[in-house]
Design a protein around this ligand. Structure first.
Ligand code: NAD
Ligand code: MG
Length: 386
């Protein structure tokens, strides 16, 4: 492939779990992909090392103290332009030379850079789900209007995207998202009262950032993913289901109106979905070992237990209510998890904070982006106050 035909990639959240998996994909496909911009919150040593390795021209540290430290230490290579703050993040997301922006920052802070990238005509590979739960209506509208690709990188949504491609929407009956059930899937209910941040940040199948690992334990993650699926695939809440699948090998199902079900399978590594998005519509050999059918293995499925996972019920309810309810659910969950990780909230109080925030903050049926961001801020303040 000619040098100029390389796809130019901006990676938001380069030092995180998805960021690391993305770098592995980039190393394997230097003939097809080129990293032109990276952003992280505060880990400046890691970000500088990425800039050196990939010869990246543009970098952003959103944290001011980290930026000042990096500047003082002259940590970045001379040919890397280093920026700081939200405006720099937006500038990075709209770099003229970029073809695709992979959004792998954690939390709703990904919304504005993503909207800016879409307005600048960039394709989006979307790992971040919180921004869709907050502003899905605006993201989908903008992507349609600008004719850019919104490629689902979250493994379940990537699976569904692969299963439904080429099938008319009217043939689709429902989507069934698989969930591992997290680390407390089979723990005695009474033991959950003692769960510590150290317990809740260990996942049996996936190695991920701390926030999503806690979300997997509470299944708030699957709740966020239901709302994500609603926006990405345009299906109403009663056509979106969840099934517990402890092995995390089937990444989701699409069921058609005649009863046929298609699934996508791969081992539990995010590199499969990331590579699918970055090379799309092309394919190439992957970077991780493929499923090996020579050794027997089992695939199990069972319905989720809403008593064990109240966050899943709260997410379903918020999705059915619609309007700004999902935004409030997400904001409250982000704060509750942050407080839990800081030892400021008990594990079982996470759903309580979400529930109480949803009942305290006014839910609007329809809303503007500004009003939604205001509701997001209000819900965060309320969730802090318990
Ligand atoms: P992580 O905590 O490991 O990494 C987050 C990254 O975002 C870090 O590089 C951090 O520096 C950066 N970041 C955070 N806030 C920022 C800001 N304001 N500006 C710039 N950079 C910022 O998180 P993760 O596990 O990689 O997850 C990232 C997103 O992808 C989340 O939305 C998560 O739900 C989603 N996701 C993750 C996985 C996974 O396997 N880790 C799977 C599916 C979806
Ligand atoms: Mg997922």
């Amino acid at each position: 492939m000619a040098e100029s035909a390389k796809k130019k990639v901006v990676l938001l959240g380069a030092t995180g779990s998805i960021g690391g998996s993305t770098l592995r994909v980039l190393r394997a496909h230097t003939d097809k992909l080129e990293l032109v911009g990276v952003a992280a919150s505060s880990s400046h040593h890691e970000l500088a090392a990425i800039c050196r390795e990939f010869n990246v021209a543009n970098a952003v540290l959103s944290n001011e103290a980290a930026y000042a430290e990096a500047k003082a230490a002259n940590a970045f290579p001379a040919n890397t332009q280093l920026g700081c703050g939200e405006s720099a993040l937006i500038e990075l997301s709209t770099l003229p030379e970029a073809d695709i922006v992979l959004v792998a920052v954690v939390g709703a802070c990904g919304l504005k850079p993503t909207l800016a990238a879409i307005e600048a005509g960039k394709d989006i590979a979307l790992a971040n789900k919180e921004l869709l739960v907050l502003g899905g209506a605006f993201v989908i509208e903008a992507a349609k209007r600008k004719g850019v690709r919104l490629l689902p990188t979250d493994s379940e949504h990537n699976a569904i995207f692969q299963c439904i491609e080429g099938h008319p929407q009217q043939h689709l009956d429902k989507l069934i998202l698989t969930a591992s059930g997290g680390q407390f899937r089979d723990a005695p209910l009474a033991s959950l009262v003692n769960v510590t941040p150290a317990d809740a940040t260990q996942h049996p199948n996936w190695s991920m950032g701390p926030k999503i690992t806690v979300d997997s334990a509470t299944m708030a993650n699957k709740g966020l993913e239901l709302i994500e699926a609603h926006w990405l695939f345009g299906l109403e809440p009663d056509r979106l289901e969840v099934v517990i699948h402890p092995q995390s090998i089937v990444h989701s199902f699409a069921q058609f109106i005649d009863g046929s079900i298609l699934a996508q399978l791969s081992p539990p590594s995010m590199t499969f979905a990331i590579q699918h998005c970055l090379l799309y519509p092309d394919r190439a050999p992957g970077v991780d070992a493929t499923t090996d059918f020579r050794n027997a293995f089992q695939l199990d499925f069972k319905a989720p237990d809403f008593e064990r996972f109240p966050c899943l019920q709260l997410a379903y309810d918020a999705m059915r209510t619609g309007g700004s309810a999902p935004a409030i659910f997400n904001a409250a969950n982000e704060i509750a998890v942050e407080r839990f990780l800081a030892h400021d909230l008990a594990y079982l109080d996470i759903p309580r904070v979400i529930d109480q925030t949803l009942s305290k903050v006014d839910i609007a049926a329809t809303t503007t982006l500004e009003a939604l961001l205001h509701t997001d801020a209000e819900a965060r303040a309320v969730a802090h106050s318990f």
